[in-house]
Design a protein around this ligand. Structure first.
Ligand code: TYM
Length: 330
């Protein structure tokens, strides 16, 4: 049986990038695998405390409701909040002691933060990938579902799992990574060379899952394309990043292959293409937002789901942590 792990930081409103990069696929895995869906609140503490953790109570429930709206069955799967399971922090320390300064300094996400943010470069940010490794390895997961930007962190997870195994004997399973071929990196609408991100200051770059339909359509309509004359609606991420990004979005939301869309929009204008993407997006958002609102209303039930999830997660995590500690004589 596969044991699957995935998670999202409840650091703000979820984006179309989060959905198309990974959440869209989650429900397919729940049929035949044991799945852990984590809400990674401890990771949020690495960001600027004042502006993010203030909202955590709300964003945890928001994130959970989006999980449910994506088709995750809370009766079949283990949905839980990271901080409700102390074993994550305990394994984190153990893994810290076999993680090297050099390899963590080479993490792109960390380097970008140092380069662009400059402020609040704390130890938690540096150890961010180690905490991810703890999340994953604690449940003996063998498959992890993520978008492209997390790939380097997961390769790091594989590396330190092997490292601990080589020191203490086989303890960890080495997890495989599932990253979808298309949608693994949805780009900003105003700047298609940069990934779409929850925390982008320019909101026109980002479609939030909770965006009112009108606003999301205006973002598509304003999105950057290119000045090819005559216009060409073809998939070419290098030369045509804006159009290619819209093609991926349209393709994944309509379940039609990119080649089919290229044929459909041969000799059509960018405006006609954007109008079509807008309709497809509108249909998608309407459907998923209805489900979201349905789940989000019932806070008592949401708390109950998290309580049940953390009970099972705690139980499984504690058992395995004990095994690790025993092997290490601590
Ligand atoms: P987070 O919250 O940044 O992102 C959640 C998931 O969404 C994917 N994603 C994207 N995919 C495609 N295009 C985009 N523009 C885009 N933006 C985000 C991410 O790749 C991710 O899969 N550290 C993780 C949460 C986490 C985790 C874990 C994940 C904590 N522990 C253990 C897996 C396993 C994070 O910050 O994701």
């Amino acid at each position: 049986e596969n044991i699957i792990f995935t998670g999202i930081q409840p650091s703000g409103r979820l984006t179309l990038g989060n959905y198309l990069g990974t959440m869209k696929y989650w429900k397919n895995f729940q049929k035949s695998s044991k799945c852990y869906f984590c809400i990674a609140d401890l990771h949020v503490l690495t960001t600027s405390l004042k502006d993010r953790t203030y909202f955590l109570k709300r964003t945890i429930l928001d994130t959970l409701s989006w999980y449910l709206a994506c088709g995750i069955d809370y009766k079949k799967n283990i949905i839980f909040v990271q901080s409700h399971v102390p074993a994550h922090s305990q394994l984190y320390w153990i893994l810290n002691c076999i993680s090297y300064y050099g390899e963590l300094s080479r993490m792109t996400q960390f380097k970008n933060q140092v380069f662009f943010k400059k402020k609040n470069i704390n130890l938690g940010l540096f150890g961010y990938p180690v905490l991810m490794a703890s999340d994953i390895l604690l449940y003996q997961s063998n498959l992890i579902l993520v978008g492209q930007d997390q790939k380097q962190h997961l390769e790091f997870t594989q590396k330190i799992a092997k490292r601990l195994n080589s020191i203490y004997g086989n303890i960890f399973i080495i997890p495989q990574i599932f990253i979808p071929i298309f949608g693994k990196k949805i780009m900003g609408l105003q700047n298609p060379l940069k990934k779409m991100s929850k925390t982008d200051k320019n909101q026109k770059n980002v479609i939030f899952l909770e965006d009112p339909v009108k606003i999301s359509i205006s973002k598509i309509q304003l999105s950057i394309t290119d000045s090819d004359n005559p216009p060409r609606i073809v998939y070419d991420p290098q030369k045509k990043p804006g159009i290619s990004n819209l093609l991926i979005i349209g393709s994944l939301l309509s379940d039609q292959k990119i080649e089919i869309l290229e044929k459909k929009f041969l000799n059509k204008t960018y405006q006609q293409f954007k109008d079509w993407v807008s309709i497809v997006l509108k249909n998608f958002l309407k459907k998923i937002q209805n489900l979201y609102l349905y789940y989000r209303k019932d806070e008592l039930k949401l708390y109950q789901i998290l309580k049940n999830g953390s009970k099972i997660a705690n139980n499984n995590a504690q058992n395995f942590l004990h095994k690790i500690q025993k092997k290490m004589n601590i």
